[in-house]
Design a binder for this molecule. Structure first.
Ligand code: FES
Length: 72
């Protein structure tokens, strides 16, 4: 889904940026242009940023790995 129409930034693009090590919202803006034009997307962009951080955090990765290997 598109997050920023001005710069054609998608949630996937934000996820990829975080996976590649983008460590601040300002860096995300610099690399993608998200929320740097009209600003209408800022709230959604920040939500997508937070979701990407949560998905790529070490604790999330550990929990996902445990779920994948657990036997029910
Ligand atoms: S929609 Fe993102 S800056 Fe305009």
């Amino acid at each position: 889904m598109y997050v920023c129409l001005c710069h054609a930034v998608t949630e996937r693009k934000i996820q990829q940026a975080v996976a590649q090590g983008t460590s601040s919202f300002q860096d995300l803006q610099a690399s993608t242009g998200v929320a740097t034009c009209c600003g209408a997307c800022i709230d959604f962009a920040e939500q997508a940023w937070q979701a990407a951080l949560a998905t790529h955090s070490p604790s999330y990765q550990l929990a996902a790995a445990r779920l994948a290997t657990s036997v029910i």
